[in-house]
Design a protein around this ligand. Structure first.
Ligand code: 3HC
Length: 321
């Protein structure tokens, strides 16, 4: 296609984005737009699937049947979120096998937060409250992302995330109103999950390699720092209600700016975990590869079944012709 033609296609595409017309799978789109969507959506899907592991660790240890049922439902929801998102990435031409291969080989990323261990039951509360709270903060704007299938997947995901966040906060509330040991367990969980939750929003805007372009394409509606700030401003009063202390001595209300000041994130820790050197990175991928290999017979059976169905359909068609 000639350059002139390509430029006008690109201009028409950007006009659609600027007028908030959603892009659908069959629409023309710049290759770079398609590629960055596959990158972000597939890594989002990986995060959902790997995110099942830290919480899955507590399904058999939940303190009551009620807690077990809620945690089971949450972990199953995360699996469903992963499947929606792999499906959204496939509408862009990505293959499920190649996305899974990239996860297993370490080529693709998933959210750093899932590389931390869940040491006590309070961690399940802190994950629901903070991790799903951060995920909601980041995912609600994605409901108006310029790519239709991603935006529609997010609407369903966000409805379920709000249940996740609420059940987590309720676990923390129960512990904080419990015995001193239970409250101490909740404080310990907040101490360990607070900073990794802030890291979920990605590097500072100045260091973010994709933000500017993703915002010009309305994939991202707000910057990493804007969403992080909103998350801090939302969480500080919640911690006050719980009666536990956010592990950041620099957190304080800034009247002038109308938001909280907070301390510097340990970016060395962030990049270290992203690069695969977090407490649980190796274990998480090993578990994912083992589960994938163990599920091979299901995938093979599904292929044989669909092949049989296709052949039977063809025979019926030729009989009726
Ligand atoms: N963990 C791992 N990698 C991260 C990261 C994190 N917390 N934050 C950023 N990165 C990576 C980016 O993927 C990018 O690397 P890449 O080029 O190899 O993909 C690099 O760091 C630079 O970051 P940018 O800010 O430039 O990248 P993005 O513009 O893609 O922004 C993002 C990062 C904000 C995570 C964005 O990708 C996004 O909004 N993704 C969709 C939401 C998502 O994936 N959330 C993850 C959690 S899902 C979850 O919590 C499920 C819930 O049910 C519990």
């Amino acid at each position: 296609m000639s350059d002139a033609k390509n430029i006008s296609l690109e201009e028409k595409f950007q006009e659609k984005i600027d007028s908030d017309i959603q892009i659908e799978p069959k629409d023309w789109m710049p290759e770079r737009y398609r590629k960055t969507l596959i990158r972000q959506i597939s890594q989002h899907a990986h995060s959902e699937i790997v995110g099942m592991l830290p919480e899955g660790n507590w399904i058999t240890r939940a303190p009551s049947l009620r807690r077990k049922v809620a945690l089971l439902a949450k972990v199953q929801d995360e699996a469903g979120h992963g499947l929606y998102l792999y499906g959204a990435a496939e509408t862009l031409g990505a293959s499920r096998d190649s996305m899974i291969r990239d996860l297993h080989s370490g080529k693709a990323k998933y959210s750093s937060i899932f590389n931390y261990p869940t040491l006590t039951w309070a961690d399940i509360g802190a994950i629901g409250w903070l991790v799903d709270g951060a995920a909601i903060m980041n995912q609600v704007p994605l409901c108006s992302c310029s790519y239709g299938p991603y935006a529609r997947a997010m609407v369903r995901v966000c409805k379920e995330e709000s249940f996740h966040q609420r059940q987590g906060f309720e676990i923390m509330m129960t512990l904080c109103n419990g015995t001193p040991e239970q409250k101490a367990m909740a404080q310990d969980a907040l101490n360990r999950w607070w900073w990794p939750s802030l890291m979920m929003f990605g590097p500072n805007d100045a260091e973010s390699s994709h933000s500017a372009q993703s915002m010009a394409w309305k994939i991202k509606r707000f910057s990493n720092d804007e969403l992080r700030q909103r998350f801090v401003d939302m969480s500080v009063p919640q911690a006050k209600i719980l009666g536990i202390t956010i592990p950041d001595p620099d957190i304080k209300w800034n009247e002038e700016r109308g938001e909280h000041d907070f301390g510097e994130i340990d970016w060395e820790e962030f990049w270290n975990v992203v690069k695969g050197n977090g407490p649980c990175n190796k274990e998480r991928i090993k578990t994912r590869v083992k589960a994938y290999d163990a599920g091979k017979w299901v995938r093979d059976a599904a292929v044989v079944y669909s092949e049989k169905r296709r052949k039977r359909k063809e025979q019926n068609l030729s009989k009726s012709a």
